[in-house]
Design a protein around this ligand. Structure first.
Ligand code: SF4
Length: 235
């Protein structure tokens, strides 16, 4: 699989985001799916993919701890594009066990607790969501954090046995917002209240102007630990 990924990276090294998405969405025998958390980047990709193919697959993970503003943009997106984004929830038993072990907000107490919560609410549902997916499209950008600096357009995710594609890898934050403005794409209103990166409500806070984009996520942890596990690097 690594050979295929290397070939894809070589073949598309000079291609635009649109060219990459058009190529993928024409692979009729493959399942191409965007995972959206309704952040600005995911909204750009939602718009681009649905312009190419109105049947493009988009799914989201509802952790049960999302801010109201995220549900609002979820509804707005469904209405705007006349779609029903597929929602994956955690298993009830996993959340019941989590509460028994660490209570409602145990994630503040240790990295281990935080990772257990992210596992139950995000990683396990993601595994189900990606079960039959061949290409997992993500809105990751290399400028977003130290953990993403050397990311590739195509990477193989061994955990989920899927090729991960990040067509916005080289986009700047300004590029993202210019697209949103040009195409009047719905966006999460928290972005305008100082939240450049939005996850679960208790684990996200606003960032001072000019501050690191991801510094509002799990702010009590070191930057090197600031991934929920959805995007751990395996290739
Ligand atoms: S971001 Fe916070 S609330 Fe959401 S799954 Fe991770 S630890 Fe739990």
């Amino acid at each position: 699989m690594k050979d295929i990924v290397n070939q894809l990276n070589e073949a598309f090294k000079n291609s635009s985001t649109l060219e990459v998405l058009e190529y993928l969405l024409k692979l009729r025998d493959k399942n191409i799916s965007l995972s959206s958390s309704f952040g600005a980047e995911d909204q750009v990709l939602t718009d681009m993919m649905l312009r190419i193919d109105e049947r493009a697959n988009i799914f989201t993970l509802d952790t049960g701890r999302l801010p109201d503003e995220t549900y609002a943009v979820m509804n707005e997106t469904n209405l705007r594009y006349q779609i029903k984004i597929k929602v994956f929830f955690p298993k009830a038993k996993d959340i019941e066990d989590l509460y028994q072990k660490q209570g409602a907000n145990g994630f503040y107490e240790s990295i281990e607790n935080r990772k257990s919560c992210c596992f139950a609410r995000k990683i396990a549902p993601l595994k189900r969501a990606l079960k039959n997916v061949d290409f997992w499209v993500t809105g990751l950008r290399s400028a977003q954090s130290v953990t993403r600096e050397d990311m590739k357009l195509f990477e193989f995710d061994e955990t989920n046995n899927v090729i991960k594609v990040s067509p916005l890898k080289d986009w700047s934050e300004e590029d993202v917002w210019a697209y949103i403005k040009s195409y009047r794409v719905p966006y999460n209103k928290l972005h305008k209240l100082g939240y450049p990166s939005i996850g679960c409500a208790p684990c996200t806070r606003p960032v001072r102007e000019g501050g690191d984009i991801r510094s509002g996520r799990w702010w009590w942890e070191n930057p090197e630990h600031k991934e929920c596990g959805l995007h751990l690097r395996s290739a």
